[in-house]
Design a protein around this ligand. Structure first.
Ligand code: K1U
Ligand code: ZN
Length: 173
């Protein structure tokens, strides 16, 4: 089932999410719903707080269209355990901040540990867009948005645009 995506500003997008204890059927349903919501958006990532669930769960698939198979990944309790000194600049977007993009500098490579949907521990090194996206999604779990890396004036401008968008959408209901 597709779930509605929260739009910034929303207090739930600023909260630090709690770790998941055991992988229950409810969490597996959440994982499936997050992938469905992400693909439908369309997006390459989604974090649970974006659908109003304040738990440490992210979904991502950065496989490029026409370059092999999709690779849907759901991570419970993901954590970056090491980062490269080398950085990468990527023009990021966010499904909670529609149609706004800005360059963000992040480590080029990150090693991430997480629990998969069967409760097994996983560890992998990501680079390129995968590295950017997994860091963006883990930031969501800590209440941090990509606009928090921008200068205050630019961040304020984007926030005002989103407030306007939310007012317009509320009027259309
Ligand atoms: O977390 C999110 O809001 C999802 C976000 C992930 C992301 C994008 C770019 C850099 C870092 C993280 C998105 O998916 S925005 C949409 C997007 O980038 C996209 C959509 C369709 C095709 C390709 C990209
Ligand atoms: Zn985002």
């Amino acid at each position: 089932m597709k779930r509605p995506i929260l739009i910034h500003p929303d207090p739930r997008l600023k909260k630090v999410c709690v770790p998941v204890a055991d992988i229950s059927d409810d969490l597996r349903i959440l994982a499936d719903d997050m992938l469905e919501t992400m693909y439908a958006a369309p997006g390459i990532g989604l974090a649970a707080p974006q659908v109003g669930i304040l738990q440490r769960v992210i979904a991502l698939d950065c496989a490029k269209e026409g370059e092999g198979d999709a690779r849907p990944l759901v991570m419970f309790n993901p954590a970056v355990i090491s980062s490269s000194d080398e950085t990468n600049v990527y023009e990021e977007g966010c499904l909670s901040i529609p149609e706004q993009y800005a360059e963000v500098t992040r480590p080029k490579e990150v090693e991430v540990e997480w629990m998969d949907r069967d409760g097994n521990a996983q560890r992998e090194t990501f680079d390129g867009l995968w590295a950017t996206c997994v860091q963006h999604e883990i930031d969501h779990l800590n209440g941090k948005l990509f606009i928090d890396y921008l200068k205050p004036l630019k961040r304020q401008m984007i926030t005002r645009k989103m407030q306007k968008l939310k007012r317009e959408r509320a009027r259309e209901q």
